[in-house]
Design a binder for this molecule. Sequence first.
Ligand SMILES: Cc1cc2nc3c(=O)[nH]c(=O)nc-3n(C[C@H](O)[C@H](O)[C@H](O)COP(=O)(O)OP(=O)(O)OC[C@H]3O[C@@H](n4cnc5c(N)ncnc54)[C@H](O)[C@@H]3O)c2cc1C
Length: 415
Amino acid sequence: MKQKYSIFSIVRNAIGYHEGWQEAWRSPDPKAHYDMIIVGAGGHGLGTAYYLAKECGVRNVAVLEKDWLGGGNTGRNTTICRSNYLWDESAALYDHSVDLWHGLSRELNFNVMYSPRGLIHLAHSVHDIQEIGRRGNSNYLNGIDAEYLTPEQVKQWVPFINLNTRYPVMGGLLQRRAGTARHDAVAWGYARGADALGVDIIQNCEVTGFRIEENVVKGVETSRGFIGANKVGCVVAGHCSVLAEKAGFRLPIESFSLQALVSESIKPKIDCVVMSNGIHAYISQSDKGELVIGAGSDPYNSYSQRGGFDLIEETVGAVVELYPIFSRMRMLRQWGGVVDVTVDRSPILSKTPVKNLYFNCGWGTGGFKATPGSAHVFAHSLAGEDMHPVAAPFSIDRFNTGALVDEGAAAAVAH
Ligand SMILES: Cc1cc2nc3c(=O)[nH]c(=O)nc-3n(C[C@H](O)[C@H](O)[C@H](O)COP(=O)(O)OP(=O)(O)OC[C@H]3O[C@@H](n4cnc5c(N)ncnc54)[C@H](O)[C@@H]3O)c2cc1C
């Protein structure tokens, strides 16, 4: 039985010099066989295991992670959560997530610091205005909150913004229910919850191949030996094409490094998230006071998790152009993560040509926001015969049929 986190447990453990806290999750050795194996202990993988155990009655589950849990893109993103994508299919998926975000801390008994502080997409051209207008109307029809802002209204939200940049601010699209969450806490909360329900989380266990007999997956080869399973779900973000190749098929995915950086801490200055696709600057402020700044991606494919100075320079230039007030701030850290990008900028939640082998990937530059919803519908898809109706439009078949869910404008450089 996991210790419940509460004011009483804090007081009790303070009296005991904090020596009585249980480990948040176990580190078991792998069993020979599981009902289901999830490959990848990011937020989506851990969340999938959690909902399998919690809602689908499948508790003989292992999550296999080649490094440490939450060390992939889940711990590397800029934490932006929103659901204002263009198409109905995306609205169903991303807004399901927003709904789950609202109760997630309570659900997991772990503070994921979800903060729906409002998010503004800036428009800098006639095209941008048309795009946010179309998307805002589409959001409205799907029951997703969307408000058009004039430049003056943008200024009320962010008084120190420079509206007269090279590409002047001509308006904005506001989603009030959008915001941020603490990315590490999401992985830790799901890990703790899944572990408490009996899921084995096995770190430092790399999946190196699949055992496939008569086109049915029977388990995975790992750095710790073969582990059998009735079903396998791969949730490995930037490395999904590597694993797909090992299973004998190709995914329409390109992987490249996406970067981010944070500044030194300052007093609360900006209480919403502001994104500019045109100038490519998007910022929010963390509870620690750091400006969290999304940078661009490398213009070439790689599996590198490092950043580079060229993108830092470009990004910082864009931030200073929009917010001259930040020009003397020092940057503290920068990093990169390997993102997995599809041609239509929508994810893949799908069965594969190999029976009982599923993939959840292709979230590219913007999958953090979808963590609870994706994990929830993927768990139900794995547990049942058919894909969950919300997941079904994101099958890999769409790249053959042409039924793409084109979120190029809503996703684009942004998150
Ligand atoms: C700089 C940056 C900024 C971003 N900003 C945002 C944002 O603001 N908002 C947003 O919504 N999204 C954002 N994203 C995207 C988001 O982070 C990802 O889409 C999301 O976190 C993916 O989660 P995941 O659980 O699928 O993958 P990950 O967290 O990457 O987890 C996959 C795990 O699989 C493991 N793995 C890989 N191969 C193997 C193997 N062979 N065997 C075992 N384990 C394996 C990895 O080690 C990793 O831990 C950003 C990404 C980056 C890099």
